[in-house]
Design a protein around this ligand. Structure first.
Ligand code: NDP
Ligand code: OXD
Length: 313
């Protein structure tokens, strides 16, 4: 019996090493060097090519090595076994660090201060209080709720938007298509921590940007996305940033990754770009979660953090 490590774009060796150290009695194999495909019971995966997982007839469960599972669900021939995703304090903490850094960079007008610094200009900018700035969090899941909690402690006002009705401390909650308008019109900084599903694909474009609070204390709304790139319509995003419908943006995810060299986003001076690095999955930290999951499943228990395929996340 063996556990497969299969990934595209990530290095599998650190995952195999970390997993072997916490599951010393298990046989860990790395795709494509798999002598006995029938022996594979569990697979740790990131962005497998469509059809590959179908080659393992005795799979019992799949572990997405990210919180998102769009990289798996796009495979129409995915084996019909439970899929568990990453929910872990290490990943959540990394995402909240990135979110807080980006919110503060825009709130404290750091892009403008850097321009002034380059011109050797000593000039203080008017600074609104955090309490006068509303961060609207799209996606009140594991990551959205943690980010909201920390932003609340920094003093920001908070709104949240989810698919179903949620109650989150210190967050004015809205949900569904009916709640979107009211959510957006009071939002100064729009933070996307949504999963990519058929319902969220291309959700954030011109009509969303136009509905954000245009007369807020920052002098224009800001868009921050660490959810998935295909949730944003990049042509609309570029137009909104050029026309100053949006004052600025921080983007970790893109319609196509790596972001193409010729993307207009690279050259806009009101945009901060990171290369899908907001919350990396750490083999050392996450191997413990995977080991607990494998042990629980072998003991006949239900896996934690299961994905609902019909919902898409
Ligand atoms: P969760 O599944 O815990 O939360 C998802 C949230 O999105 C829920 O609140 C859900 O609503 C909401 N949602 C889903 N579909 C819709 C919809 N159609 N309309 C409104 N709200 C919707 O996910 P996580 O918080 O763990 O992760 C979120 C995403 O972050 C991941 O799917 C991944 O794409 C991205 N990510 C990016 C990383 C990076 O490095 N850039 C790293 C890790 C994750 P409800 O509460 O009603 O179910
Ligand atoms: C994830 C990611 O989904 O890294 O965890 O994008």
């Amino acid at each position: 019996m063996s556990i497969l490590v299969l990934m595209d774009g990530w290095s599998p060796a650190p995952w195999a090493t970390a997993l072997q150290s916490v599951l010393p009695d298990e046989q860990i194999v790395i795709y494509p060097d798999v002598a006995d495909r029938d022996a594979v019971e569990y697979a740790l995966v990131w962005a497998p090519a469509s059809g590959v997982l179908n080659q393992f007839p005795n799979l019992k469960a799949l572990f997405s090595l990210g919180a998102g599972v769009d990289h798996l669900l796009r495979d129409a021939s995915l084996p019909d076994v439970p899929i568990a995703r990453i929910v872990d304090p290490d990943l959540t903490g990394r995402m909240s660090e990135w979110v807080v850094a980006q919110v503060l960079l825009h709130h404290r007008q750091q892009l403008r201060y850097l321009e002034l610094q380059r011109e050797a200009v000593w000039q203080e900018l008017a600074q609104p209080a955090a309490a006068d700035v509303c961060v609207g969090v799209m996606g009140l899941g594991e990551l959205g709720r943690d980010a909201a909690d920390i932003l609340h402690r920094l003093g920001f006002a908070l709104r949240g938007w989810s698919r179903t009705a949620r109650t989150v401390p210190h967050v004015s909650c809205f949900h569904g298509a009916d709640g979107l308008d009211e959510f957006l019109c009071g939002t100064d900084i729009l933070l996307c921590l949504l999963p990519l599903t058929p319902d969220t694909e291309a959700l954030i474009g011109k009509s969303v940007f136009d509905r954000l609070c245009s007369d807020g204390p920052l002098g224009g709304p800001v868009f921050i996305n660490a959810g998935r790139g295909r949730i944003q319509v990049e042509a609309d995003l570029v137009a909104a940033l050029r026309s100053k419908v949006l004052k600025g943006a921080s983007l970790d995810v893109f319609e196509g990754e790596p972001l193409p060299q010729d993307s207009a986003l690279w050259s806009l001076d009101n945009v901060i770009i990171t290369p899908h690095a907001a919350a990396v999955s750490s083999p050392r930290a996450l191997s413990h979660l995977i080991a607990r999951q494998v042990q629980a499943h072998r003991a006949g228990q239900t896996l934690a953090h299961l994905v609902d395929r019909a919902r898409g996340y």
